[in-house]
Design a protein around this ligand. Structure first.
Ligand code: NAD
Length: 440
């Protein structure tokens, strides 16, 4: 069986490549970041993702998984080549395709026979056809007549549970134009196919749309419950109970119904903006998504208002900040709500004592514009020492069951902002804190 190449060894490419190797295929993970490949070769995993280090080690040991910066070798030795590079937002909100198209060109330059070029990055509808054209143009320039297929295979894994999500997906989506490519792609996921994972076999444009439609829907669901939460605060209702009861309705489901400081991360913010931008390009307006984008921005600032309304003048106040990554179990801070919240708090004169189990490295540079106001601490109790209050921004497990007496002893004043609703108001107030959740 021929090898698989995965170009782009970030959160998606590294997990996908490693899991495909664990399914028994020989996989070459490629990246143009030399340091990243050097680290991987030395057994150092450049991201924090639970379980990934063991899985990489095992598959490297069995020689199913290797790492290289050499695209030529990877392309020549593989029949299936995944593109898993970033698609960050351009200034106008559309997805920046430069990395995807660059990789497509690199593949075309090194092709030596039939290949299936698979887009795993989240890309605007129509990108598959662009990739096809870019590859064909270069083959024409080279004067060679290799056949190839382009396929779309969007990824739905979540950081923090990426390995489980990749190996136990709710569905595998494959967009292909030829029977041959569809069959090869089914073989790539043979293990899941045999396990009766639902497969959606469709055309490339539909596969591309499925990814955006899914992510935008989830972002909208979070935003919806956030708006309900804000109203709950005004009318004296409890959003936790509202969400629980709503979630019991099978048509709604309880997932993504947790009120909080707004969604963040490397996907929802950019994918919602990209979908709105694609719609505009085609003369359609997806107003629900445009509203979602704007409302989510507002939600982050509302958290700062909440703190300001409770404490009053924030100048020279000190707050213990618990959790800054965009969600627990990752070190990723791309578009994390903490970035907006902490910047606004710092601008109001607040000193921030931060603890995050995995976020310090990325937080140090992402918060460098407010570094005078930032101090990183070694644990949650140290972060709360001599503070006027604490703010839980990211619900790492270890913050769910803190020793409240120890916390209170360490603090100067007792404001307790639980932006993830992980504590019961009664319990916290009983200990003498002034509790503020979101919609509770
Ligand atoms: P990432 O930034 O973590 O990784 C991208 C990698 O590609 C980097 O290591 C970078 O060095 C490499 N790269 C860039 N240009 C290259 C080139 N020309 N040649 C070789 N390597 C190159 O990004 P990610 O989070 O893994 O996301 C990748 C894609 O997957 C995006 O489109 C994203 O929307 C999508 N996606 C991400 C997630 C997620 O949770 N992170 C989930 C589903 C889908």
């Amino acid at each position: 069986m021929e090898k698989i190449a995965v170009i782009g060894s970030g959160y998606v490419g590294l997990v996908a490549g490693t899991c495909l190797a664990d399914f028994g295929r020989e996989v070459i993970c490629v990246d143009n970041n030399k340091q990243k490949i050097k680290d991987l070769k030395e057994g150092n995993i450049p991201i924090y993702e639970p379980g990934l280090d063991d899985l990489v080690e095992r598959n490297v040991y069995y020689k199913r998984l290797s790492f290289t910066t050499d695209k030529k070798k990877a392309v020549e030795e593989s029949e299936v080549i995944f593109i898993a590079v970033g698609t960050p937002p351009a200034d106008d909100g559309s997805a920046d395709l430069q990395y995807v198209l660059q990789v497509a060109k690199d593949i075309a330059r090194h092709m030596n026979g039939y290949k299936v070029i698979v887009d795993k990055s989240t890309v605007p509808i129509g990108t598959g056809q662009k990739v096809k054209k870019v590859v064909q143009d270069i083959l024409d320039e080279r004067g060679v007549d290799y056949k190839f297929d382009v396929a779309s295979n969007p990824e739905f894994l979540r950081e923090g549970s990426a390995i489980h999500d990749f190996t136990h997906p709710d569905r595998v989506v494959i967009g292909a134009e030829s029977e041959k490519a569809a069959k090869i792609m089914k073989d790539v996921y043979g293990v899941l196919y045999l396990n009766e994972t639902p497969f959606v076999m469709t055309n490339i444009e539909t596969a591309e749309m499925i990814k955006y439609a899914s992510n935008a829907f989830l972002a909208m669901k979070i935003t919806y419950i956030n708006e309900i939460a804000n109203l709950c605060e005004k009318v004296g209702a409890n959003v936790q109970h509202v969400a629980k009861a709503m979630g019991k309705d099978g048509r709604i489901s309880p997932k993504f119904l947790h009120a909080g400081p707004g969604y963040g991360g490397s996907c929802f913010p950019k994918d919602t903006k990209a979908l709105a931008s694609i719609a505009k390009d085609y003369g359609e307006i997806i107003s629900l998504i445009e509203t979602t984008v704007a409302t989510n921005e507002r939600q982050k600032s509302k958290m700062v208002e909440k703190i300001k309304n409770a404490i009053g003048n924030l100048e020279r106040k000190t707050l213990g900040i618990l959790g800054i990554t965009f969600k627990p179990k990752t070190d990723d801070m791309r578009e994390a709500p903490s970035l907006t919240i902490l910047t606004e708090l710092a601008n109001l004169g607040v000193k921030l004592k931060i603890f995050d189990p995995e976020g310090e490295k990325e937080g140090t540079w992402r918060l460098s514009h407010i570094k005078e106001n930032v101090e990183f601490c070694n644990n949650e109790y140290e972060a709360c020492e001599n503070t006027d209050g604490l703010v839980i921004i990211t619900e790492w497990h270890q913050f769910r069951n803190m020793n409240l007496e120890k916390l209170k002893d360490a603090m100067k004043d007792y404001y307790f902002f639980d932006l993830r609703n992980i504590y019961e108001r009664e319990l916290v107030e009983e200990k003498g804190f002034k509790y503020y959740g979101v919609g509770v």
